[in-house]
Ligand binder design. Structure first.
Ligand code: 2AM
Length: 172
C-alpha cells in the first residue's frame, strides 16, 4: 500500500486568518484559492511511499537536530508554467535549509523522489491560476515561529484534497 507524502511546515489559525483576509481584501484571481486548512510550506516532496518505508522516514526526520527559527513573509510571487501564486519568506534562515536539504536528500537517497528544482520555500495560495492574480495591496508582513514540522499524507475525501499531518517532529 502506498501513500502520497511530503514533509512540511504548518501554520496557526491566526496566520491562516491573516492570509485569508488579505486574499479577500486585496487579491483578485480567476479561480478559488487553495483551502486555508491545507496552507503549508513544503520542505521535501516525497511522492508515493510504501507503508513499510514510513518508519524509516520518521526515524530520519527525528534524527535531525535543528534549532527553532522564525520566517517572515511579506513577498509574493507567481510561476507562469504551473500558475502557482505563492507567498515567500523574506529570508531563508540557515535552520530552514538545515531541515529542507537533508529531508530532500533523504527522499532522493531512498529513490522516492528526485527534485528537479532547487528548494524554493513558498506557501501556495492558488494553483493552475491563469492569468496571474492581481494584487491591490501587498500583505502586511507576518512571522511564523517554526517549532515543529510534519510528515503529511496528501489524499482526497468527500471534502476534496486534504493534507493530513501523520507525524510531527520538534525542533530543539
Ligand atoms: P506546493 O508546495 O507548491 O503546494 C503535496 O502535493 C504538496 O507537495 C503540495 O504542497 C505541492 O506543492 C508539493 N508538490 C507536489 N508535487 C510536487 C513536485 N513534483 N515537486 C515538488 N513539490 C511538489
Amino acid at each position: 500500500m502506498q501513500k502520497r507524502l511530503f514533509f512540511g511546515i504548518g501554520m496557526d489559525d491566526d496566520t491562516r486568518a491573516h492570509i485569508g483576509q488579505w486574499l479577500v481584501d486585496s487579491v483578485s484571481a480567476s479561480k478559488a484559492n487553495t483551502q486555508p486548512n491545507n496552507w503549508h510550506l513544503t520542505l521535501a516532496f516525497l511522492a508515493m511511499v510504501e507503508e513499510s518505508q514510513v518508519a524509516e522516514l520518521c526515524d530520519f526526520a527525528s534524527s535531525l537536530s535543528v534549532p527553532k527559527f522564525t520566517l517572515t513573509f511579506g513577498d509574493y510571487g507567481y510561476w507562469q508554467h504551473n500558475g502557482i501564486f505563492y507567498l515567500k519568506p523574506e529570508q531563508k534562515p540557515q535552520a530552514l535549509l538545515d531541515l529542507a536539504n537533508p529531508l530532500r536528500a533523504f527522499g532522493e537517497k531512498c529513490d522516492l523522489y528526485h527534485n528537479p528544482h532547487p528548494f524554493s520555500p513558498h506557501i501556495t495560495l492558488f494553483r493552475n491560476c491563469k492569468p496571474e492574480p492581481t494584487i491591490d495591496k501587498p500583505i502586511a508582513p507576518f512571522s511564523l515561529t517554526v517549532k515543529k514540522f510534519y510528515l503529511y499524507h496528501s489524499h482526497r475525501n468527500e471534502n476534496g484534497l486534504i493534507y493530513e499531518p501523520i507525524a510531527s517532529f520538534f525542533l530543539s
